[in-house]
Design a protein. Sequence first.
Length: 122
Amino acid sequence: MATVNYPDFVEERDTHDRSEFVYANSKRSRVNNFIGDNMVSYTIFTYGTNTFTETYYSQYTDFEAEHYYLYHLDGGRITSWGYHSMREEGARLDSAVFTYTNDNITQMDGYGNGEDVEWSHR
């Protein structure tokens, strides 16, 4: 486990914030976020064959899953991601697909909840 402490920039609070990074099998498995001694959110990482999922939980939903990102991999590269809302029954609300040339991302196509490209960066 690794811990990162950082100053709290909210003037009304006299606390320090910190994030704790937990690793299992050389992969990040969880990040816990604190304000003072109170955990305010955490993220769990799960790994599939060519995917990994980042699921977010916070105190605002009584630590029930709020949303998740599903990342698709080709070797060590992220080729696309999708944002899914638990409030929308896991529906994909946003996503992006990356095009690589050699080892560099040369294009990123963004989608909303449909199949049509809504924006593109080169």
